[in-house]
Ligand binder design. Structure first.
Ligand code: PHE
Length: 351
């Protein structure tokens, strides 16, 4: 019995000094394991006189149960304590502001395209795209600009392949390739596959073979618009374009149409909007005129409908095209168009 008392005292002091779960496990092996003093003692019971065996055996088993319970209690304490402290130290504060990664941002032109698309989409226009590498046919012929016609001089063209491909098709359609000089070829491409009524806009790049200066680039963005139905009129165009510019510049804009010439419209006009800076009073931006020249437009020429496969005389519609870069320049007061493609971070970081 005194041996048991020794084991107990020793065990209790050992358990007392335990500081964490791992040490507790080691102590348990030492005190209750197969080779522990208590286990050896229990195994030696069988060598005792029978009457001692009963008494001492009961006491030894009671001690074993007591110690087991003590270990269990300690284990629960430690594991809940370590859980608590893990909760405390490993807690992720989801309400903390995120790290400030340098993520870049949208280019001013992309931003304006997004705004334009949002406005026209809300008016029921579909957004359509076409190839930047275009055929001579779609860029010119199909738009009522025949070969050798002086109207071709309106567009200084980057030709990609000079040799005309002689084929059955090339008698009707030229296969020479070029960088499209405007987004208008998408009008015909779209109408070849769709019947009216239709309302589309076409944002995209266009290219012109010309010297650059503050207001001219050899690559720039255009927005083409095309609406075709049976009764579409110039009044419809004026309404749509006035609403569009007013929403884009977030102020009331008035539109003025002046007669002009584009081979693929009849009649054709230049579209001026009231100056966004001075509202028509006259300032340096509008060169004291009160108006800004922004777009070309007109009623779609029946020859264009014919090229697209429509029956001439059956449909009417309007088309327009304007430079997106110019709009972005006005919106963000950018003085030089070449800045857009300069890749200069000092420029880009301002937006
Ligand atoms: N495509 C013409 C240009 O780039 C603009 C335009 C489009 C004019 C549609 C009339 C109708 O100059």
């Amino acid at each position: 019995m005194s041996k048991l008392e020794d084991i107990r005292t020793h065990a209790l002091s050992l358990i007392e000094g335990v500081s964490d779960l791992l040490v507790l496990d080691n102590a348990r092996t030492k005190i209750l394991g197969r080779k522990s003093e208590l286990s050896l003692f229990l195994r030696s019971l069988k060598d005792m006189p029978l009457e001692d065996q009963k008494r001492v055996g009961a006491a030894a088993n009671a001690l074993r149960a007591e110690l087991e319970e003590l270990f269990e209690k300690k284990r629960r304490e430690f594991s809940s304590a370590s859980y608590e402290s893990a909760l405390k130290h490993e807690r992720i504060d989801v309400t903390r502001p995120g790290l400030k990664h340098a993520r870049g941002h949208i280019h001013p032109i992309s931003r304006v395209i997004k705004d334009i698309v949002t406005i026209f989409s809300s008016m029921g226009f579909e957004v359509v795209e076409g190839p930047e590498v275009e055929t001579e046919y779609y860029n010119f012929d199909a738009l009522n600009i025949p070969a050798n016609h002086p109207a071709r001089d309106m567009w200084d063209t980057f030709w990609l392949r000079q040799n005309e491909v002689k084929s059955e098709k090339s008698k009707v359609k030229s296969d020479r390739l070029l960088l499209r000089t405007h987004t208008s070829p998408v009008q015909v491409r779209y109408m070849e596959n769709h019947n009216p009524p239709l309302k589309i806009i076409v944002p995209g790049r266009a290219y012109r073979y010309e010297a650059t200066d503050a207001s001219h680039e050899f690559q720039f963005f255009q927005l083409e618009g095309l609406v075709v139905d049976r009764q579409i009129s110039i009044a419809n165009f004026k309404g749509v374009i006035q609403e569009f510019f007013s929403r884009l510049f977030k102020k009331k804009i008035t539109v003025r149409l002046r007669p002009s010439f584009f081979p693929f419209v009849e009649p054709g006009f230049e579209v001026d909007i009231s100056c966004v800076a001075c509202r028509g009073a006259g300032c340096s931006i509008c060169k004291k005129s009160g108006w800004l020249e922004l777009a070309g437009a007109g009623m779609v020429h029946q020859n264009v409908f014919k090229a697209a496969g429509y029956t001439p005389g059956e449909w009417q519609g309007f088309a327009f095209g304007f430079g997106i870069d110019r709009i972005a320049m006005m919106k963000y007061k950018i003085p030089d168009i070449r800045l857009f493609h300069s890749g200069d971070l000092r420029f880009l970081k301002q937006f």
